[in-house]
Design a protein around this ligand. Sequence first.
Ligand SMILES: Nc1ncnc2c1ncn2[C@@H]1O[C@H](COP(=O)(O)OP(=O)(O)OP(=O)(O)O)[C@@H](O)[C@H]1O
Ligand SMILES: O=C(O)c1ccc[n+]([C@@H]2O[C@H](COP(=O)([O-])O)[C@@H](O)[C@H]2O)c1
Length: 215
Amino acid sequence: MSMRKAKRHTAILGGTFDPPHFGHIRPLQDVLKHWPLQDCWLLPNHIPPHKPGTHASTSARLEMIDALCHQFPAFSLCDIELRRDEPSYTVNTLKQLKELYPDRVFYFVMGMDSFLSLDKWFQWQQLFDLCHLVLCARPGYQLANEHPMAKLLSQRQHTGADLPAEDSGKMLITDISEQDISSTDIRTALASGRDIRQFVPESVARVIEAQGLYR
Ligand SMILES: Nc1ncnc2c1ncn2[C@@H]1O[C@H](COP(=O)(O)OP(=O)(O)OP(=O)(O)O)[C@@H](O)[C@H]1O
Ligand SMILES: O=C(O)c1ccc[n+]([C@@H]2O[C@H](COP(=O)([O-])O)[C@@H](O)[C@H]2O)c1
């Protein structure tokens, strides 16, 4: 009899989360409703590879994610990038995670804005040996037919209703409720004293308020 352990299917949303908002949470909830994934990890980066820096400190962003995970038990924190003092390249993170968790199949979730520039990521083609990608629509970002990533999507798109049989290399898309929300807009609203409660969950709003972030 085979003693192989069952695989755990784990979604990961990587982000700067500066701050986290409903544009992160709601698409993820839709993904979890659609696909039978067993875990959903939020992966805050420490040094974002393609951003000039962060506005809130790593510890403040961590506190917001922690608070969010308490409010939404379907999500848990993956703090692996916070312990590497170097740009948080996703391919390095996934290599580390595959070593730590050989029985997991990873589904790296990203919005369309990230996907449109995926070919600028460090060693991005290796991602397809390490995980599947889950693509979420995002208002303002369209994949034109002639865009170089459109070809990649048509080659790799998973069409079945069940999860792929493979452990990596497929692209999954599902309908999500599109959220016209960004961390940038929230920071701008806070800096001009506007209310942000419709964009972030209560738990996150409380940390922002208590720490006086983004004023
Ligand atoms: N409204 C949204 N809809 C779909 N995906 C989103 C949305 N907001 C963020 N994402 C995705 O979540 C991941 C992390 O995003 P990030 O933390 O950089 O938020 P952001 O709102 O894009 O931040 P900023 O405005 O500071 O650039 C990325 O893959 C991004 O595409
Ligand atoms: O690996 C890379 O080169 C790379 C380049 C840009 C972004 N990423 C990752 O993509 C996720 C979303 O990034 P961002 O900048 O939109 O918050 C986050 O986990 C980043 O660390 C990764």
